[in-house]
Write a protein that binds this ligand. Sequence first.
Ligand SMILES: [Fe+2]
Ligand SMILES: [Fe+2]
Length: 189
Amino acid sequence: MREDIISFLKKDVKEKCESSNNFFGIGIYYHIKAVVKNAVLLAEKYGGDTEVVTIAAWLHDFASITNYEYYDEHHVWGTKMAGEVLQRMDYPIEKTELVQKCILNHRGSVIQDKCTAEEICVADADAISHFDSIPSLFYLAYVKRDYSIEDGIDFVANKLKRSFNKLSDKSKVIYQEKYASALNSIYGK
Ligand SMILES: [Fe+2]
Ligand SMILES: [Fe+2]
């Protein structure tokens, strides 16, 4: 494990998230942390390289937190930026390329073929991260968007449904129970 790179990224990503230049607010830091956690968990199950997946998860939204203008194409900008950061830190080129593939293909909304186990781990972890931050979704619904109780419930449930549907088939099996219990608690069942 390249602990030097990982501890640098933890600190740098946190600082970028806390900066006033970060359009998304501190919530995106908790999102990124949840992506790291779930990506490592999936890497252990799918035989992905844990180091590659950890570095890619810390960097997957790097472009978005650096400059909001990059948001629409943040998978492309992030790929470029990750290459620069990792080259500076002498990370091997083959592993850097694996990290870059994970970043380029992490978005469920941008349909691309995911070939490596590491790409699937990061993309699925990104989709599932909402399940670890349900209170933030309610905060968004009731505080930021001022929704009624019912509209807030639908908003949160729809977000979770969309996230679940983006998962690979094998991750759907793993997260099925978590999904069902989240929906049950939201609908008060
Ligand atoms: Fe993203
Ligand atoms: Fe993300």
